[in-house]
Design a protein around this ligand. Structure first.
Ligand code: SF4
Ligand code: SF4
Length: 429
């Protein structure tokens, strides 16, 4: 069965190929919450087949159903026929957007993703004013609203906050060492650029220790993942093509584009090609870039002597660490051994009961209209992290960081979150 035929997603073949075994249901977070066949992977596939045969109207009920998927790909990993539930839901969300439009606050957010300068300005203003409205927890790079309003989406919620200066505006475009061994470009991601700026700083420290030249491409835009998962394909089209054109100007000069973010990395080296399935020329251009785009831990583990340096010359730190597998890292890119191997050189690693279980982030819609589902999916993840007794939970993903920090906050946990890149840099002398 070919998922894409004649440049179109083959919904009927996908639906026909579901053998109704139900294996996907046991790993699906929304089925775990609702216990309802309609909101389960095979339910989604069934309904999407009916929708494409014109047997199901895209009414408000269907919209709610298709917006309840976390796009975590747990079902794809489990399915004996590799049925791409996530991809066809992404496609139908674009139909939902065309029929119902997008809420004003999401439109405003996507406008900012397309306009870096306006975003820079707002982030700066946010930094100036945030102390009035937010209680900042600097150690955990998180904040809470001072006023606890009775609105579920913000009530008692732990959120990231903007740093004083964005990562892209802090460093020069080229950071060169004497006698460089290699050269990489850094794609930092929006959360790493504005909120979790320590991650980029840590990556630069690691590259310097490895004697690798770092390029920070200043015109990089959002990878488009938030818009893709929401179905705003106009914004996706703009961001993907701008980034492709820009990356092509320097891709031959670097060994890799390293990304300390699972979602951005998976978006650029896998989902850009999926998105461009009906635009062959652009698809080919995206496919040419993909082999040079890596999650940072994967590239560092496979292409440098970092593990040896950490082992022979790093600080031994007694802190107990537990690692969560972001869906976009392990399930989509097969990255799970690399961060663990680097971390275990200097830290004591302990595994939570199910590191591969989705944290419940789910994207912009899940974090706004459907926040009740994000909260419900986050609770078991927080419990399994707390049960390890670890001091730090780590994952190479800022979306997981935002969601897990919020979920842990509801349990009054002392566990703090760090990207593995930050932990590795801390262990380097
Ligand atoms: S992508 Fe995740 S939430 Fe969506 S159907 Fe599959 S397992 Fe369920
Ligand atoms: S695991 Fe795959 S084949 Fe089995 S019910 Fe789920 S979607 Fe269908």
């Amino acid at each position: 069965m070919s998922v894409v035929e004649n440049n179109k997603f083959n919904f009927t073949a996908i639906s026909d190929d579901c053998i109704k075994c139900g294996k996907c249901k046991s790993v699906c977070p929304i089925f775990e919450i609702n216990h309802d066949e309609t909101t389960s992977p095979r339910g989604f596939i069934d309904l999407l087949g009916a929708y494409k045969r014109d047997e199901l109207e895209l009414d408000k009920n269907a919209k709610e159903i298709f917006e309840s998927c976390f796009l975590c790909t747990s079902c794809v990993e489990e399915c004996p026929n590799d049925l791409p539930t996530d991809m066809i839901i992404e496609q139908v969300r674009n139909d939902i957007r065309k029929k119902y439009g997008i809420a004003w606050y999401k439109r405003a957010f996507f406008f900012l993703l397309r306009n870096r300068k306006v975003m820079d300005l707002l982030a700066k203003m946010g930094w100036v004013f945030q102390t009035c409205g937010l209680k900042i927890n600097a150690q955990n790079q998180s904040s809470k609203l001072r006023l606890n309003l009775p609105i579920e989406m913000i009530q008692d919620r732990t959120l990231p906050f903007a740093d004083k200066k964005s990562f892209l505006n802090t460093y020069p475009e080229n950071i060169n060492v004497e006698n460089p061994k290699q050269k990489v470009a850094i794609f930092i991601g929006c959360m790493g650029n504005y909120a979790y700026t320590n991650v980029g700083k840590a990556l630069l420290k690691i590259l310097d220790r490895l004697e690798i030249n770092a390029m920070i491409p200043k015109k990089q835009l959002c990878c488009s993942a938030p818009a893709y998962f929401t179905g705003d394909f106009d914004t996706v089209d703009y961001l993907v093509k701008k980034n492709i054109e820009y990356f092509e100007t320097f891709i031959d000069d670097v060994d890799a584009i390293v990304v300390p973010e699972a979602t951005c990395s998976a978006m650029m080296n896998i989902d850009w090609v999926h998105y461009l399935h009906d635009q062959p020329e652009w698809k080919e251009r995206a496919a040419k870039l993909a082999p040079k785009i890596f999650m940072a831990t994967k590239w560092l583990e496979n292409n440098t002597k970092l593990a040896d340096i950490l082992k022979e010359d790093g600080k031994q730190i007694d802190d107990l660490i537990t690692y969560h597998d972001p869906c976009h890292a392990k399930k989509m890119q097969g990255v799970h051994k690399e961060p663990r191997n680097l971390l275990k050189q200097n830290y004591v690693l302990t595994e939570m009961s199910d590191p591969n279980q989705c944290c419940g982030f789910g994207g912009v819609t899940m974090q706004s209209n459907n926040y009740k589902f994000a909260k419900a999916a986050g609770a078991p993840k927080a419990a399994m992290i707390n049960n390890t007794g670890a001091k730090v939970v780590s994952a190479e993903c800022s979306a997981c960081r935002m969601q897990i920090t919020d979920s842990l906050g509801r349990t009054d946990s002392d566990v703090i979150f760090k990207n593995p890149i930050e932990l590795i840099a801390d262990a380097l002398k």
